[in-house]
Ligand binder design. Structure first.
Ligand SMILES: [Zn+2]
Ligand SMILES: [Zn+2]
Length: 584
């Protein structure tokens, strides 16, 4: 009898059983039970392929015949999954295994459900949050009977026996890159290598492909296949700009929710439809500030502001989890005039409730989804129409499709564009386009409103017109001019130690040693925008290199050799040096 069943029927806990086992009344033994779900074996009726989809499938087959990787660029709602299903079916018929990679399994459970419906018993799931025992089972199956494995990035390490097809869905997603813990890798790039090794077909799919992949198309390394229209005659959403400069000029400016966005929300809620609001910052406000002396709440362990969470009435650091009580007065000057700086999802939720007291508002961010159950519940209640407005961080931009979302609002586009990173504009394009794609599904055209002070920024215009090719051409030209990936390779050395002196010393030593060999390609030591985390000082050394395999191999060897040398010097070996190739 199964232990859990026995305990339940006898209404006893584990200690009672353990005592009886000790006395030899029961024998406890372990038996392996496959956790492979009993899916639905009835054949699922799939919608016929549209002309566009048929055409795309034909082009994919052609590329596969030439062993070329395919980039499937399909606008949101164009039915990429339908095409994947065709390809998976073909692979399984040829007795090949399929690896279907997703950036985050939890957030994309709709796709997982769909694949379960179609492939039933043949589906296995694999990700790092699963219990080890279950992971071991999938691991064993991968080397044997497994047919279709849906996995997060770690799925690339499974020991496939006869992999025939790898699908990298949402290939642009930054969560394919693992930075911590080691090893550092980008699962998309590893998947390309694996496909070559297994002689398997590989298809990367996205509504907003990465510049790396767009570049590979231009270099004729990938075959690009496009799906430009939404499946089932649904039109793409209409995107409008709310020009905040104009709003201010005309004196009708309202913080957080502009007048045009409020009006659009009111109209949509009136019709019983749903709204998604996207703000990529969690907490109530990013920080608080003394209006008298300018003091802001900083973490004592890290070089970052503490985020104010109203719900818990505390200030917390998103880097080291330090928590402090919200001060009643300024610790520097004693003034009680402490104000809020910026906007987080928690405050956005409050503002929505003030303007629309009858609306049922949900919030999807790291703080409301600490358990998978909480996250599932939130998404399910939105899907069931028990919520009218969903406020959230980039979690709301990812993969879930609801039929009744008529309006999507991007609250602060400027924060996305101005983020200090060379990929900021690319991410802004991706996030805005992805979240826009949540609007308007069956029957009606959705509406998207983007609030910004930078209405003239080219990326805003490209998002509005859906001009992906224009975005790629312009952004690639900029990357080329300033010599950034995909035109070069980047290696970043992240140097950390509790003593500032040691950190600086080691950063200097590395810079000098690397410059000896690589000259101008090495920049350092650089003080990063967040220069201390958990009481560890941080300095970076950046190597920018030509995409020359021989040079890269030589550099790698040199770095390893230096690491070895430094680790033998007493003063330097305590300083941690983390090496990240192709950082994200
Ligand atoms: Zn003060
Ligand atoms: Zn901190």
């Amino acid at each position: 009898m199964e232990l859990a069943v026995l305990m339940q029927r006898a209404a006893v806990d584990h200690s009672v059983i353990a005592a009886m086992v000790k006395k030899g009344i029961f024998i406890l033994s372990e038996k392996e039970v496959a956790r492979i779900s009993e899916g639905n074996d009835d054949a699922v009726q799939l919608p016929a392929l549209s002309n566009d989809q048929q055409q795309a499938l034909h082009l994919i087959h052609q590329a596969f015949d030439q062993l070329q990787p395919v980039l499937l660029h399909g606008v949101t709602g164009s039915g990429k999954t339908r095409i994947y299903i065709e390809l998976i079916t073909e692979a399984l018929q040829n007795d090949k295994q399929v690896l279907y990679l997703l950036p985050e399994i939890a957030l994309t459970s709709q796709i997982v459900e769909r694949l379960f419906e179609v492939f039933g018993n043949n589906v296995l799931i694999y990700h790092s949050k699963m219990p080890d025992m279950e992971r071991v089972e999938v691991w064993k199956e991968a080397a044997g009977k497994a047919k279709l494995i849906i996995a997060a990035r770690s799925g690339i390490f499974l020991p496939f026996d006869r992999a025939g097809l790898i699908i990298v869905d949402e290939e642009h997603d930054a969560s394919y890159k693992q930075t911590s813990p080691n090893p550092h890798y980008n699962a998309r790039d590893v998947a390309l290598y694996l496909a070559m090794k297994y002689k398997a077909h590989i298809i990367l799919g996205s509504a907003t492909p990465s510049l790396e992949s767009a570049f590979n198309v231009k270099a004729q390394k990938f075959q690009k296949v496009s799906l430009t229209s939404r499946f089932g005659e649904v039109s793409l959403p209409q995107i409008e700009i709310v020009d905040l400069v104009y709003e201010r000029k005309t004196g009708r400016y309202k913080p957080v929710l502009s007048v045009p966005l409020q009006k659009a929300m009111a109209a949509v809620l009136e019709r019983g439809k749903q709204v998604i609001l996207f703000q990529n910052r969690r907490g109530y406000v990013p920080t608080i500030q003394c209006k008298n002396c300018g003091w802001t709440a900083m973490c004592t362990n890290c070089d970052v502001n503490l985020t104010y969470h109203k719900y818990a009435n505390d200030l917390s650091c998103h880097y080291c989890q330090q928590r402090k009580k919200n001060p009643s007065h300024c610790p520097d000057c004693g003034s009680q005039d402490i104000g809020e700086l910026g906007l987080g999802t928690e405050k956005l939720e409050n503002v929505v409730k003030q303007y629309f007291p009858n609306a049922r508002v949900g919030r999807l961010d790291f703080d409301t989804t600490r358990t998978k159950a909480a996250q599932d519940k939130l998404i399910l209640s939105f899907a069931r129409g028990e919520l009218d407005v969903m406020v959230g961080t980039q979690m709301v931009t990812k993969g879930f499709d609801f039929d009744h979302v008529a309006l999507v609002g991007v609250i602060d586009a400027d924060a996305l564009i101005r983020f200090p990173d060379f990929r900021a504009v690319e991410r802004a394009y991706q996030l805005m386009t992805q979240v826009a794609g949540r609007a308007g599904r069956r029957q009606e055209m959705g509406k998207v409103m983007i609030q910004t002070y930078s209405a003239e920024h080219p990326v805003i215009k490209e998002v509005v017109s859906g001009n992906f090719e224009g975005f790629v051409a312009r952004e690639l030209a900029e990357r080329k001019q300033f010599w950034f990936p995909p035109f070069c390779r980047l290696i970043v050395l992240d140097i950390r130690h509790s003593s500032l002196e040691n950190t600086q010393l080691v950063a200097k030593e590395w810079t000098t040693a690397l410059q000896d060999r690589l000259g101008e390609r090495v920049k350092g030591p650089i003080v990063p925008s967040i220069s201390r985390v958990r009481n560890q000082y941080i300095r970076n050394v950046v190597i920018k290199m030509e995409k020359d395999d021989a040079l890269i191999t030589r550099t790698k060897q040199y770095i390893l050799q230096l690491k070895d040398t430094f680790s033998q010097i007493k003063e330097l070996k305590m300083v941690r040096v983390n090496i990240d190739v192709d950082p994200y």
